[in-house]
Design a protein around this ligand. Structure first.
Ligand SMILES: Nc1ccn([C@@H]2O[C@H](COP(=O)(O)O)[C@@H](O)[C@H]2O)c(=O)n1
Ligand code: CDI
Length: 174
């Protein structure tokens, strides 16, 4: 992608080989479902509703990666009308997204992810999520940051109706 750098009074065109992307996803809690976050099963009285396994962390991450590469979003690549993705393991969707980026010559620099959940307490599972995501992204664990926050009992997250997740990703041409 071409960009413009201003040096002194003139402007020169430079080639920008890094991009950022942002992803956001929400899934509602549902009884009788497993709670899967970042490819890790978290014990809780409810899971998340969705066409796939509803791994809200991976969905936000996929959207950040696709967004950085200018490649639409997760629903474009894996439509929720396609039975192929019914109860799909979202780690497989992430592997597919990584392949799409690689085909275009992109590698991932780092990702930073924030889970918004009033419950359950996630701190003790975040290390496993980081390890799982780092493995799939082929990154060191310090390049895969995952945080959790409540929303101080405010809004749908605060009422424990579901979990939201935001992710940002930096990608660079290999
Ligand atoms: N579902 C969650 C939410 C938060 N945490 C941890 O608690 C800390 C404080 O949360 P606040 O919402 O009060 O900022 C937060 O930094 C997380 O470490 C958690 O484990 N699980
Ligand atoms: C992941 C997909 C797969 O069909 O389904 P959902 O689990 O419903 O998740 P969503 O975040 O709504 O993204 C849409 C779909 O790509």
């Amino acid at each position: 992608m071409a960009g413009v750098a201003v040096i002194g009074k003139g402007a020169i065109t430079v080639k920008l080989d890094i991009r950022i992307g942002h992803g956001f996803d929400v899934h509602a809690f549902a009884k009788g479902r497993k709670l899967i976050l970042g490819g890790v099963e978290v014990p809780y009285e409810m899971g998340l509703a969705g066409h796939s396994d509803a791994d809200v962390l991976i969905h936000a991450l996929c959207d950040a990666l696709l967004g950085a590469a200018g490649m639409n979003d997760i629903g474009h690549h894996f439509p929720d009308s396609d039975m192929q993705y019914k109860d799909a393991d979202s780690t497989l969707l992430l592997v597919h997204v990584m392949g799409l980026l690689r085909e275009k010559g992109w590698g991932v620099g780092n990702v930073d992810i924030t889970l918004m959940a009033q419950a359950p307490k996630l701190a003790s599972y975040i290390g496993n999520m980081r390890a799982r995501m780092a493995g799939l992204l082929q990154l060191e664990q310090d390049a895969v940051n995952i945080k959790a926050t409540t929303t101080e009992k405010l809004g749908f997250v605060g009422r424990k109706e579901g979990i939201a997740c935001e992710a940002v990703a930096l990608i660079a041409k290999l």
